[in-house]
Write a protein of this length. Structure first.
Length: 331
């Protein structure tokens, strides 16, 4: 199964449906499997006095509350259906991360087959239980979490009715952008070994190299924020890829998938013609007369491989030449 690439639109649509549609166009053009938005009712998500994260203060109006910022980015129910229909027309899967119980119910009514759980909800028991009861495929992000917290969340999902085989756990770091020294990509492999689930990586670093490395290390899902323009105002634009970068990432991932192969070590179809050219045969290093004993003084190994393999050297040394040989003639 190929790597499932999620182009994370998030809230980079800035609350505007036409911008959201252009993002769907860009994700489809890049070759992503899905484009993901965020579903929330601001009143259910954050209190009116909640402060922004530091990275949000630097990318938006510092004096604006988190509540007011998020309210501007909220998509209503009709917009959800319109964007889903637009995704269907463009041949890309519509996904959205719900941030409250009502949003889970909305996305279930819309018929979503995959439910993405954001890192901030990994300790939200009633939320996890509500998604677990649906029995759908689940992608669980684990930013800020330790192994014990992942185990607890996994237990709740499974006990609520979701088969373990339907759950993919994403290693993540909840800092925008994530410093390279904090990526800790080996933790993705730790998660895979600990829980026996498919794993992936939700990336908030700048650039695409970590995503490519994650695929090489076994990621089945890659999620990456993107935007139409990094210079736009909003909390996540600066830590997102622009469309040409998203396309480069998807292309690189598909190439790495091909390059990983099946793990069987044998000559590939493309290199078989080179075997005779690159390998060697046992040949006469000087003229040899019939009956002369073959030794390292009168035989050697040279290209091409159109005679006996040098791996049979010990069989040849010490026997009498069955005929006359010219220099470089295969034995």
């Amino acid at each position: 199964m190929s790597v499932f690439v999620i182009a994370e639109a998030g809230v980079n649509h800035n609350g505007k449906i036409e911008l959201a549609k252009k993002m769907i166009d860009a994700a489809a053009e890049a070759g992503a499997d899905a484009v993901k938005f965020q579903t929330f009712k601001t009143e259910n998500l954050v209190s009116k006095k909640a402060e922004k994260a530091e990275y949000q203060k630097t990318t938006t109006d510092r004096d604006e509350s988190q509540f007011d910022m998020i309210k501007r980015l909220e998509l209503d129910v009709d917009t959800h259906y319109e964007l889903m229909e637009y995704c269907n027309r463009k041949g890309i899967m519509f996904l959205s991360t719900p941030f409250d119980i009502d949003s889970i119910a909305l996305l279930d009514r819309m018929g979503l087959d995959i439910f993405k759980i954001g890192s901030g909800e990994i300790t939200n028991l009633p939320y996890l239980r509500a998604i677990g009861k649906l029995g759908k495929r689940v992608i669980l992000s684990t930013g800020m979490a330790d192994i014990g917290e992942i185990e607890d969340a996994l237990d709740i999902l499974i006990q609520s009715g979701t088969a373990k085989e339907k759950i993919t756990i994403l290693h993540a770091n909840t800092m925008y952008p994530t410093p390279m020294e904090d990526v800790n990509l080996k933790a993705m492999q730790t998660i895979a070994c600990t829980f026996g689930c498919d794993v992936g990586y939700s990336d908030h670093t700048l650039g695409i190299e970590v995503d490519i490395a994650a695929v090489a290390l076994g990621a089945k899902v890659i999620e990456k924020h993107f935007t139409l323009d990094k210079s736009m105002e909003g909390p996540d634009h600066k830590a997102s890829l622009e469309p040409h970068e998203l396309k480069a990432m998807v292309t690189a991932i598909r190439n790495i998938e091909k390059a990983l192969g099946n793990g069987i070590k044998k000559p590939s179809p493309s290199e078989i013609p080179n075997i005779a050219i690159a390998r060697k045969s046992i040949v006469a290093s000087r003229p040899i007369k019939k009956g002369e004993i073959l030794t390292s003084d009168n035989i050697t190994a040279k290209r091409p491989a159109n005679g006996l393999s040098p791996m049979r050297w010990d069989e040849i040394v010490g026997i009498a030449a069955p005929k006359d040989y010219d220099t470089d003639e295969p034995i």
